[in-house]
Design a protein around this ligand. Sequence first.
Ligand code: SME
Length: 162
Amino acid sequence: MAEDLTITTGNKTEQYQSLLPQIKGLMEGETDTIANLANVAAALKEQFGWLWVGFYIVRSAENKQEELIVGPFQGPVACTRIRKGKGVCGTSWAEAKTVIVPDVEQFPGHIACSSLSRSEIVVPVIRNNKVVAVLDVDSAELNQFDTTDQQYLEEIVNLIPF
Ligand code: SME
């Protein structure tokens, strides 16, 4: 496995197209989920420089109710637990679909882990028809995410063995 990432300039599609095979390479032969989540978060952060990139994993809390608990991420410290239906992450989990938020101030119930966050995309990781985690990406700028991000980020999370 090559440990150095080749960072590309160019438009968003070109950046994802350069990153995708590298992410595949990083995960080749590695079956440990946490290790792969960590490298995927690091690779996305390194290529795109977003404010926060990371995973929240669906886990059973002490009271046996499922909630999202923060997993591998890159960026400022974050909220640790999110309940189903709460915030952007909890909404993506509850609806099992990608949520794009052009302006976090316009999203009712947005959970502000960092006051610097302005826009966000959350992509569910679905296995056997069940959301097992979500990928959360936050930008310090408005309107940073669109269907190109959705398409590639969904492709990337589907590569991760869970
Ligand atoms: N903003 C997210 C919470 C997670 S942090 O941004 C890292 C939300 O509303 O679910």
